[in-house]
Design a binder for this molecule. Structure first.
Ligand code: ZN
Length: 203
């Protein structure tokens, strides 16, 4: 199982980092050991002083596919949830400055808390879904899939040109503006429309 994470897929977020809006999707991988499920706590790692949340919709691939046509991409996933792409921003900065690979800043243990999956059929339009994150009761991020630069179907088609997609693979589809740091004892609640799908603490 692989976790594919797309960067800069919401223009506002790309601008907060002075990044250019890309004309093709950009992605990286996390290992399966980064996943946290069932609202288990995230343990703040000792190698970073600047862990940031990035709230993202996550889709789960439900069949094998390669070179998927964008017109058929919707058949390759049925469920979605919200997840956090935790990022060690201090390590990432160092990696970027030195031109090193980013994995330690993005793929560390527990860096991918995942909410409960729900069926996409409950949404009239998959590209009009509101989602967001509250920390300690305060909304810190909110987005809508209509603001995505590349749609779910486009992301699936694009990545499948390079990697065969397999059942169970997860796609983190990018974060809207408003990313920021977490602290030990914070409580994070992430929602899709009016459903809280992820609710956990930082320890
Ligand atoms: Zn991200």
């Amino acid at each position: 199982m692989k976790i594919i994470c797309f960067g800069r897929n919401y223009a506002e977020h790309a601008r907060e980092f002075d990044n250019q809006v890309p004309d093709f999707p950009i992605f990286f991988l996390k290992p399966d050991t980064s996943i946290i499920t069932r609202n288990r706590p995230f343990f703040y790692p000792d190698f970073s002083q600047d862990i940031h949340y990035e709230t993202e919709l996550v889709i789960r691939i439900n069949r094998l596919g390669k070179h998927i046509d964008p017109g058929f991409a919707h058949r390759y996933y049925q469920e979605l949830t919200v997840g956090i792409d935790f990022t060690a921003r201090d390590l990432q900065k160092k990696c970027k400055q030195n031109g090193w690979p980013w994995e330690i800043a993005k793929g560390f243990e527990g860096s991918a808390p995942l909410g409960r999956f729900i069926d996409k059929s409950q949404f009239e339009d998959i590209q009009q879904i509101a989602f967001g994150l509250e920390i300690n009761g305060e909304t810190v991020q909110s987005g809508n899939t209509r603001e995505m630069i590349f749609s779910f179907d486009h992301l699936i088609a694009y990545v499948s040109r390079y990697f065969t997609l397999k059942t169970g693979d997860l796609l983190f589809t990018g974060t809207p503006a408003g990313v920021g740091p977490v602290q030990i004892e914070d409580r994070l609640r992430a929602y899709v429309e009016d459903q809280v799908l992820l609710d956990f603490r930082v320890k």
